[in-house]
Structures are given as C-alpha cells and as structure tokens.
Design a protein around this ligand. Structure first.
Ligand SMILES: Nc1ncnc2c1ncn2[C@@H]1O[C@H](COP(=O)(O)OP(=O)(O)OP(=O)(O)O)[C@@H](O)[C@H]1O
Ligand SMILES: [Mg+2]
Length: 336
C-alpha cells in the first residue's frame, strides 16, 4: 500500500497480515506511517495504490461506514464518550433501538447489559452516567462501543492504555485476550514495548513508511525489535546523555506513612533520572504524593534543595519548583 500527502510519502510500501485470534502489534517510531495505515483500514482516507483483503475478499473503503460494514472497528485513543449520557446511551449512540419512533430504553439497557456481560465488564452498569465512571471504566465502555457492531471481526486499538493507570491495564488486557480467544483479530499500537511483549503474539514493524519485517513475539528479543524500529544499532540510540552531578536536589530520610511506606531513603542528584520500581500497591504513588504535599508523612524527613519540607502544601511544593505528572493524567493531573 502507498499513500502520499503532497510531497510527503507517508506510506511507501506497507504490508500487514492479520490472523484470526491474533493480537498483532504494529510497531514503528514516530512518523513510521502507522496512523496513516490504520486510517486507510478504517476508511478515513483512501490509499494511492494497494489492496485490502478481508477474509480473502478485496475491499475498498471510501468512508468509515464501509470499513465497519466489512467488520473493521476501532477503539479511539482519546475518550470520545459523552459524560452526561448513560453507559448504554453512549454504546449505542446513533444506533439506538427504537419503538414507534422513540428510543426504547428498556431494550437499550438490556442490549448494553448483554454486551457488557458478554465482554466480562461486570462492574459497569448500563444505566450509570458516564461521568461517574473511572477513566479505565470509560475506556472499557469505548471498547464495548467498538464491539457493539456485532460483525466486527477486526479491532484496531491505537494506544488504548495511554489514559489509564497500571492497575486497570491488566483488566483491559484480560478483555483483549478474551476477544482474541473468540477469534477476533486485533491490531494493537503502543509505544510501550513492555505491553507489546506482555500482550501481543505477533509483530509487524514499519519504518519510514515501509514494511520492514514481521514475526512471532516469542521469536524476537526486545533489543532486536528496537533495532528494527530505529534501523540501527541499539548502542548509538540509547547512549546515556544525562550525567548526574554531585549536587543533591532531593533527599528522603526514613520516611514512613501508614502501613504503606516503611523507612524510605533515597537521594536524587541534579541531572539524574531516578527510577522507582515496585509492584502495583507497593507504595510508589503514595511516596510521590507525600513529596508533592498531597499527603503528610508520619515519620521521616524530606529535603528539597537543602530546605526541609515539613507539612508542606502542594502550593508550596509548586512554588519551590517541584512538578508532578500523575499516574492518571485525566482525573488528577489537570490543573485549571
Ligand atoms: N495529513 C497529512 N498531511 C501531510 N503529512 C502527513 C499527514 N499525515 C501524516 N503525515 C506524514 O506522514 C508520515 C507518517 O505519519 P503517521 O502519522 O502515519 O506516523 P505514525 O507511525 O502514526 O507516527 P506516531 O508514532 O508519531 O503516531 C509522517 O512524516 C507525517 O508527518
Ligand atoms: Mg500515529
């Protein structure tokens, strides 16, 4: 497949084979042509040349309706649901069951309930207002919406985890695996390699608009995958460019909080990127919340640029020069 936008050739030679029941990662760096390729599959744009076959039959999509009719559906990256409508109304928006010209709400809710049950999204009520759901639950509703088209055999997911926290990612992965087990083919785009290795069984790599290679995830190492994506040796790309100085900017001593944190100690130097590792629930977010002044430590001390922070507010932390990019950008990361 080929597609140019004026002078820019977004796709030179794209190829992709999706098998039934497969979770297939589409990998590539920024500008590799992934979104252009997916847009063609979804009927948003038409290719300059090339062919699409669905179940062996050649298809041309002039618009998204035609792609959907051929069984291709997408879970949008950004949430597109309407907060004031119910879960059921959002799922069947524009497609509501009608009775004498009016929306048949009992039928609507029943249909949504069946679909949610079917997908294993048991915690979500069809009558709940969208705004009362967690971001992860809203993302699950997006998926339910994509799958409300019963004939959808091919599901495209473009960075579906970008808006949800780590704990809910697992829930989402479970439902994706269940869909694959039922024979749906899934194209999964993510910049997080760890997700690709955890979830996908196949990969295809694009670089500069061209197909590079494909294979089974179990047959490739992370290093090799990155090398194909960047088209070079890993060592050049990942050379360390930050060199920490000896100046300590943040120091945490014997910090304890509730049952979550016990005697935490670390020092952060200027120019340093410090990784904090731990399982879900190990207290990483709580530690950051305390440093940022969202919670108060029970014991221990925090020094920021030599100044002791004690029972400090978020406002003070910001004024001192701390910034916090939260786990859940949409709900708690918004500053108005
Ligand atoms: N509508 C457009 N008009 C002009 N150029 C475009 C258009 N859409 C995409 N491009 C260009 O085509 C190339 C491929 O872009 P595309 O968005 O498909 O890449 P991508 O693999 O999705 O990248 P990313 O990982 O950043 O999302 C890029 O050079 C991009 O600038
Ligand atoms: Mg893209």
């Amino acid at each position: 497949m080929r597609k140019a936008f004026g002078e820019v050739v977004a796709l030179k030679r794209a190829e992709f084979i999706l098998k039934r029941g497969s979770i297939h990662a589409l990998c590539g760096g920024n500008g590799a042509g992934k979104s252009t390729f997916l847009s063609i599959l979804m009927g948003f744009i038409t290719p300059d040349s090339g062919h699409v076959f669905v179940n062996g039959k050649e298809q041309h999509f002039d618009n998204p309706k035609q792609a959907l009719a051929a069984g291709i559906t997408i879970v949008q990256q950004e949430l597109s649901t309407i907060p004031d409508l119910s879960v059921a109304e959002n799922i069947y928006l524009g497609n509501e069951p009608k009775k004498m010209g009016f929306v048949d709400f009992s039928q609507l809710n029943q249909q949504a309930q069946n679909l949610l049950d079917d997908l294993g999204f048991n915690d979500i009520s069809p009558q709940a207002k969208m705004r009362d759901l967690s971001v992860a639950e809203q993302q699950l509703v997006e998926i339910a919406k994509a799958l409300s088209h019963a004939n959808a055999d091919i599901i495209i997911m473009d960075e579906p985890t970008s808006a949800i926290g780590e704990e809910d990612v697992q829930k989402l992965f479970q439902s994706i695996r269940a869909l694959a087990e039922r024979g749906k083919g899934i194209i999964y785009v993510s910049h997080r390699l760890s997700e690709i290795f955890e979830l996908a069984d196949m990969f295809t790599i694009f670089r500069d608009g061209s197909y590079i290679c494909e294979g089974a995830i179990q047959d490739i190492t992370r290093e090799r995958l990155i090398e194909h994506i960047i088209g070079g040796e890993l060592s050049q790309e990942f050379a360390k460019f930050n060199i920490p100085s000896d100046d300590i900017v943040l120091e945490v001593n014997s910090l304890s909080w509730k049952n979550k944190l016990h005697q935490i100690n670390f020092q952060l130097r200027q120019g340093e990127i410090l990784g904090i590792y731990g399982l879900v629930g190990s207290g990483r977010s709580e530690l950051l919340d305390i440093i940022f002044g969202l919670e108060q430590a029970d014991q221990g001390s925090i020094y920021f640029q030599g100044q002791k922070l004690e029972r400090h507010s978020v406002k003070k932390a910001i004024n001192l020069g701390l910034a916090y990019v939260t786990e859940d950008r949409k709900a708690s990361g918004l500053v108005l």
